[in-house]
Design a protein around this ligand. Structure first.
Ligand SMILES: [Zn+2]
Length: 63
């Protein structure tokens, strides 16, 4: 979890906030459970990277 900008603890958000960001991937203003301040939360994509067996990337055409 990211750190809360107000109280500098790991941020605590309600499950409604987290589910909304997971479902819609859109920013929200949410009142924290840790210190009851309103924070602006921007979800971002994280991903793992593995070796690929493909020779072309998904945007390269097979010609
Ligand atoms: Zn806080």
């Amino acid at each position: 979890m990211p750190t809360c900008p107000y109280c500098n603890k790991p941020i605590e958000l309600g499950s409604t906030h987290l589910v909304h960001m997971e479902s819609y991937h859109s920013p929200i203003n949410a009142r924290t459970l840790c210190c009851s301040k309103v924070v602006y939360c921007v979800p971002y994509l994280s991903f793992n990277v593995l070796e690929s067996d493909k020779q072309k990337d998904d945007w390269e055409s097979d010609d």
